[in-house]
Ligand binder design. Structure first.
Ligand code: ADP
Ligand code: ADP
Ligand code: MG
Length: 540
């Protein structure tokens, strides 16, 4: 086993990898940037090395610098986390060339699968059903246009080198096709440095179901069941769960078999995820392979009891897979919510900034990359944490998640916590009848209510300004479904003003009961249940 690992990442995933290293008695070195100097991922490391300025291109994407750091500090392996250099085959190769172990698949596997066109061709050869489409990847507008005409409508334009749900475009009519293709090529070029597009048939109302696979250097390949990631916003996952709810057993079997067959055909090493979309008629199609640990890996860990980072490290060090297929069990149901510093009221624009107080809920798994007083820098993905619940049944895991979100206190930042609560209150989400465009098509159902949220904000202001009343100096309130709102902190007791979207609301505190508050916002009376957060008192 490795003696010392360099973690080439930041935020929650760097914390996550560090935790398993500590559990295995492996020392680790972390890298960070000037913007991340107070990040929790620095704790517990044998060494924390500043590798540059905030922007990722000057730091977390500087492979040569990271490898030099690993060598200088006596590391024998590099764990890339997800994002950044994790799917960069040249980096994986350079790590190996420097005599270090890259914790991930072989560079040639990463290279082959990083290109969606090549990945689909390989999977088609291996007998895995792929999304129907046409032609080769191309950045020639006329060629792409011709492919769209042969594939038929609706079609999907997708950057062949893409990821993170970025740059995809649905084509529903031939009108304006030329402009659509030209703009998709431009976006692909600017986002991924490669303008080539693939064209797929656009599958209507599909579910996104993916299979976690693992391979070792002895040639064993197993799966660790599937995850459902159909709750997406603009092709990006918001809530994930495992196993996929109400999936017919025969279909589940065909999905996991396809993933294992695909992985075997490649001699797949280490962790990987085979992503599929499943049509309404239960047909399923391979989308892509993510050659790394996935953001949503904790739901798989919850149902299987496996530490996937431990498996990654063991397999990378040459050990065989710790369990054979029939010893891997799926128990209960797990759910994950991604908490982002973003503003649901402003097209989910990232909302970086300083975090005043963070209190995570108790009794659930929390993967966090920020702490009280910390900063969410503007340079990186704005995901700040993940909450993970596990229960015998899906309904209990979902209910536990709602309480966990309600019990989360994240002050100072605008976040998507209120949005997540509204998503989890939705009947379609409860019934698991959703598809990948459900959140986008029903966006109005998930937007924040105006005045009740403002009333809750008033409670927060009033509480914060009570100063000494009941002996709770600086007690904060959980503002529940509030997404944002500029608060007027100096407001007099019992009466305050709340700014929201440029409008000032006048709020009167009418009465306080054992359970909460009776407030009037612009004359409209609301009962607000304010959760007293003794845990936060004195922190603010
Ligand atoms: P997952 O299925 O694990 O959620 P995502 O596709 O959402 O995978 O990507 C995980 C992380 O990696 C996100 O931070 C995303 O922004 C980033 N990412 C993935 N692929 C790319 C890419 N090709 N270019 C830039 N960022 C990427
Ligand atoms: P990325 O690398 O950006 O993650 P994917 O190919 O995995 O790209 O697709 C991301 C999401 O886009 C999928 O989860 C699904 O919601 C949607 N999607 C992708 N391809 C199709 C398709 N052919 N038809 C319908 N939806 C699709
Ligand atoms: Mg994907």
């Amino acid at each position: 086993m490795f003696k010392r690992v360099l973690i080439a990442n930041r935020g929650e995933i760097a914390c996550r990898v560090g935790r398993t290293c500590r559990a295995l008695g492996i020392e680790y070195v972390v890298v960070y940037t000037e913007a991340d100097a107070s990040s929790p991922h620095l704790h517990g490391a044998a060494h924390a090395i500043c590798i540059g300025q905030g922007p990722a291109a000057l730091s977390y994407l500087d492979g040569a610098r990271i490898i030099a750091t690993a060598i200088e500090f006596g590391c024998d392996a590099v764990h890339p986390g997800y994002g950044f250099l994790s799917e960069n085959s040249e980096f994986a190769e350079a790590v190996a060339a420097a005599g270090l172990t890259f914790v991930g698949p072989r560079p040639e596997t990463i290279a082959a699968l990083g290109d969606k066109a090549r990945a689909k061709a390989l999977m088609h050869e291996a007998g895995v059903p792929v999304v129907p489409g046409g032609g080769d990847a191309s950045d020639d507008p006329e060629a792409v246009e011709a492919i769209v005409r042969s594939v038929g409508l609706p079609a999907l334009l997708k950057p062949s080198a893409g990821g993170g749900g970025k740059g995809m475009q649905i084509v529903e009519t031939f009108d304006g096709l030329r402009e659509a293709v030209a703009s998709a090529i431009r976006v692909a070029r600017s986002s991924f440095g490669d303008g080539r597009l693939i064209v797929e048939r656009y599958i209507e109302q599909p579910r996104h179901i993916e299979v976690q696979v693992f391979g070792d250097s002895q040639g064993n390949v197993v799966h660790l069941f599937e995850r459902e990631c159909s709750l997406q916003r603009r092709h990006q996952k918001v809530v994930e769960e495992a196993p996929a709810p109400s999936l017919p057993e025969s279909l589940r079997q065909r999905l996991v078999d396809s993933a294992v067959r695909g992985a075997r055909s490649l001699g797949y090493l280490n962790a990987g995820t085979f992503e599929f979309i499943v049509g309404r008629d239960q047909s399923f199609y391979f989308l892509e392979v993510n050659t790394r640990l996935q953001v949503e890996h904790p739901v798989t860990e919850s149902i299987t009891g496996v530490d996937l980072v431990e498996w990654q490290l063991r397999v990378a060090s040459g050990e065989p897979l710790p369990l054979q297929q029939d010893a891997i069990r799926c128990e209960g149901h797990a759910m994950e919510c991604r908490i982002y510093a973003e503003d649901p009221a402003r097209e989910f624009r990232p909302s970086p900034g300083q975090v005043q107080v963070v209190c995570w809920p108790e009794g659930v798994r929390v993967e966090a990359g920020v702490a009280s007083g910390g900063v969410v820098p503007p340079y990186y993905d704005p995901m700040v944490a993940k909450l993970v619940t596990h229960a015998v049944h899906r309904s209990a895991a979902l209910q536990r998640m709602r309480s966990a979100l309600e019990g989360t206190l994240l002050l100072g930042l605008t976040s998507n916590i209120g949005y997540l609560l509204r998503v989890l209150a939705n009947p379609g989400v409860h019934a698991a009848t959703v598809h990948t465009r459900y959140l986008d098509e029903n966006a109005s159902l998930f937007s924040a209510g105006g005045k009740p949220a403002l009333a809750a904000a008033c409670v927060a202001v009033v509480e914060a300004s009570r100063d000494g009343l009941d002996g709770h100096r600086g007690t904060w309130c959980d503002v529940g479904s509030l997404d944002r709102g500029g608060l007027a902190p100096a407001a007099p007791l019992g009466h305050t003003h709340v700014w929201s979207d440029g409008v000032m609301y006048s709020c009167a505190w009418l009465a306080r009961s054992a359970l909460g508050y009776n407030l009037a916002v612009e004359g409209e009376v609301h009962d607000i249940h304010a959760v007293q957060t003794a845990r936060a008192s004195g922190v603010a």
